[in-house]
Ligand binder design. Structure first.
Ligand SMILES: [Zn+2]
Length: 54
């Protein structure tokens, strides 16, 4: 499977994190839950889209 945020392939060795119904790699999951304003979903979405741009 792939991370729904950064689309990187996750191996079976990787832990699987689910946030808001999305499967995330550990890296993206930590960014989402540790975002500067976790209550502001637009901030979270901007973080995710930045990662998609690379
Ligand atoms: Zn990811």
């Amino acid at each position: 499977m792939n991370c729904d945020a950064c689309n990187s392939a996750l191996t079976e060795d990787d832990d699987e994190y689910v946030y808001n119904g999305k499967k995330l790699c550990e890296d993206c999951y930590l960014q989402v839950i540790k975002g500067p304003k976790s209550c502001d979903h637009s901030v979270v979405e901007s973080i995710v889209s930045k990662r998609l741009d690379k």
